[in-house]
Write a protein that binds this ligand. Structure first.
Ligand code: SF4
Length: 259
């Protein structure tokens, strides 16, 4: 057990939201990915698509920050560049690169036209690090920080989704709680801030929905407890399969069968 702990310690110089999300989704997949460091057998097209849209949106907000807004065709160039970098892409649900390109064109056009020109960008992909006593630090990036003309600051996470979210999904979204925790180390008072999920819909007719929410001290405290509990599970090698519908897209399914 001591040797196992040493391995876990040396493979974790930090913790991230992606790691926590992965562990909560399937602890065994977490082990394959973050402890054993086994490369994925493939990357799902949905993952590449989401990250390519995300990069295009980030480039757009960076352009706003630098007072050089990008056109839709320039956003598509960013999207294409991301696709070119992707390796071993696995298409599901009858999609292919062309159908997804068409979908991206529609979505980025809706995204481009939906941006509130009355708000000012004050940060894009802002890095944060939260020191945690006895744990590797928690690190991440805040997609977007905006300030409205009346001085209200909003921290935004951008997602793509195949359907609208419920408000309770938004109120319990862990990524936004992580942002709230991070703001303390960035000099903000999280109680004064608004948090927002910008959801770009992959539905037949593309759409953009913005959901606002707040985070309390209790939410932040609960998230800290979650971080410590997950780290405890990792250190104690609590790695078990959590089979569900998501297994069909798991890039470590072969390792799982051999487990
Ligand atoms: S196949 Fe399913 S249970 Fe197995 S590691 Fe992947 S997600 Fe977990």
């Amino acid at each position: 057990m001591e040797l196992a702990k040493a391995v876990v310690q040396t493979t974790h110089d930090h913790l991230s939201y992606s790691q926590i999300y992965c562990y909560l989704g399937c602890p065994l997949q977490y082990r394959f990915k973050y402890v054993d460091d086994i490369p994925p057998a493939f990357t799902t097209a949905a993952l590449v698509f989401g990250s390519a849209i995300h990069e295009a949106a980030a480039a757009f907000h960076q352009g706003r920050l630098e007072a050089e807004p990008l056109r839709v065709d320039q956003l598509l160039d960013v999207y294409r560049d991301e696709w070119r970098r992707a390796e071993r892409v696995k298409f599901l649900n009858g999609d292919n690169e062309n159908t997804l390109m068409e979908k991206a064109r529609n979505m980025l056009s809706v995204f481009h036209d939906s941006v509130d020109s009355g708000s000012q960008v004050i940060g894009v992909e802002e890095f944060f690090e939260i020191p945690l006593g006895g744990l590797p630090p928690f690190q991440g990036y805040i997609d977007l920080i905006e300030e409205s003309h009346d001085g209200c600051v909003t921290l935004v996470d951008l997602k793509t989704a195949s359907k609208k979210l419920s408000q309770s999904n938004v109120d319990t979204n862990l990524q936004l709680t992580a942002y709230a925790l991070a703001t303390e180390s960035m000099g903000f008072n999280p109680d004064d801030l608004t948090f927002r999920l910008d959801v770009l819909l992959k539905t037949k007719e593309a759409g953009m929905v913005r959901y606002e929410t707040r985070r309390t001290a209790d939410d932040r405290h609960r998230f800290m407890r979650l971080l410590y509990s997950v780290w405890n599970g990792i250190q104690q090698e609590v790695f078990f399969p959590r089979q569900d519908w998501g297994c069909i897209q798991c890039a470590w399914a072969k390792n799982c069968r051999d487990w």
